[in-house]
Design a protein around this ligand. Structure first.
Ligand SMILES: *Cc1c(COP(=O)(O)O)cnc(C)c1O
Length: 379
């Protein structure tokens, strides 16, 4: 078997990362909430126009903070897509809440807003849309239904930073939103995340939960003369060394997004003929969505062709990867009543989907090799 020469993902530097990290070390503030964490937060707040951004150790932890902020517990239900990463569910399950799995739309693979009303019960305490591939969910319908029923919305925006829906940034619709800066995301510091707070009632308590349940943030602002244990909490602050790395990436957002847009559009153009010939489907981006160029996926006509494509890419030394296994059919998901047939679109697409190699510095030559290899497993 050929060695892998084109990985699925490769961490890419924009140039200023190491300089900022070494400055963070020289500044002598390596723990959380240092100058770089504050700069990342200020940048996110001003560009996105959110009331408060708190950088965290991960998106998973930002989601866990959301579950704490909403006081979720046993008997509570949280509606989320089955087609998502485990953390979207686990963050709420950790509090004892019950995940209620929704199917996704066949086009965008986002939470199907037409199925939502039927899943709401008096116990529904949150709706968690995931903007798959950074293409926005129908936030108009979801937001209207949630507002009408008085149910908070928590956006899992791990894929969609700087993507837009009807001109408005993803992550600014829910009362709370979570971002990921994991190595595989558009902007990365290895492991990291952020909680965006659009509903100001959550700000003060979020600061406390994130600082081990203490009012340390108030203390540093001089609002109290000593800090102490006031609430639940954990350690969700990110080291300022990582924040320094992240700041370099966020500052280079225009360059990163331009590179990713180029890769995405080259795949879309290069594979359109192949898709027409073979009945494969390329990503669908509705006109109201300004996507974040997070990934490029193709849906093969059958699971057998999907597996054949994965094997063929691997034999050519490149890595395509499948994506989410339906959460409702997982071992954990079944303990919450998940069963086959419950989310038919999710069950179908998860067997036919391949994500192609996608990273900022994917060269045109390498991308052409991927496109040629995909075309070889044609019709
Ligand atoms: C990556 C991802 C997460 C988790 O992000 P971490 O920062 O690794 O915790 C959560 N939800 C979705 C949809 C993701 O893709």
């Amino acid at each position: 078997m050929n060695p892998i020469t084109i990985p699925f993902n490769r961490p890419c530097l924009e140039g200023m990362e190491m300089e900022h990290v070494s400055r963070a070390i020289r500044q002598g503030h390596a723990s959380g909430d240092g100058p770089y964490s504050k700069q990342c937060q200020a940048l996110l707040e001003s560009i996105l126009g959110v009331g408060k951004a708190l950088v965290t150790t991960s998106c998973t932890h930002a989601l866990e903070m959301s579950a704490l902020l909403l006081n979720l517990g046993p008997e509570d239900e949280v509606i989320l897509p089955s087609f998502t990463f485990v953390s979207t569910a686990n963050a709420f399950v950790l509090r004892g809440a019950r995940p209620v799995f929704s199917d996704v739309r066949a086009d965008t693979l986002n939470l199907d807003e037409t199925k939502l009303a039927a899943l709401i019960t008096p116990r529904t305490k949150a709706i968690v849309p995931v903007h798959y591939a950074g293409v926005g969910c129908d936030m108009e319908s979801i937001g209207a239904l949630a507002a009408q029923r008085g149910i908070p919305v928590v956006e899992d925006n791990a894929h969609g930073l700087f993507g837009r829906y009807r001109g408005r940034f993803l992550g600014t619709f829910g009362g709370l939103s979570a971002l990921s800066f994991h190595e595989t995301k558009n902007f990365s510091c290895g492991e990291g995340g952020a909680l965006l707070i659009n509903d100001p009632q959550f700000i003060e308590r979020a600061e406390i939960l994130r600082e081990k349940g203490t009012d340390r943030s108030r203390f540093f602002r001089g609002q109290v003369d000593k800090y102490s244990w006031v609430d639940l909490g954990s350690s969700y602050v990110i080291s300022d060394l990582l924040a320094a790395f992240l700041f370099a990436q966020l500052e280079a957002r225009a360059s990163i997004q331009a590179k990713r847009q180029r890769v995405w559009e080259r795949y879309a153009q290069g594979l359109s003929g192949w898709a027409r010939r073979t009945g494969a489907r390329l990503p669908v981006v509705p006109p109201e969505c300004g996507q974040s160029y997070h990934m490029f996926h193709v849906l093969l006509p059958t699971p057998e062709r999907r597996d054949a494509l994965l094997t063929h890419l691997r034999s050519r030394g490149m890595l395509g990867v499948f994506h989410y296994l339906p959460l409702h059919l997982s071992r954990m998901g079944r303990t919450f009543g998940g069963e086959p047939g419950q989310c038919p679109v999710t069950e179908d697409v998860s067997t036919r989907l391949v994500r192609l190699p996608f990273y900022n510095d994917l060269s045109e030559q390498d991308q052409d090799r991927v496109i040629a290899a995909v075309e070889e497993v044609g019709a």
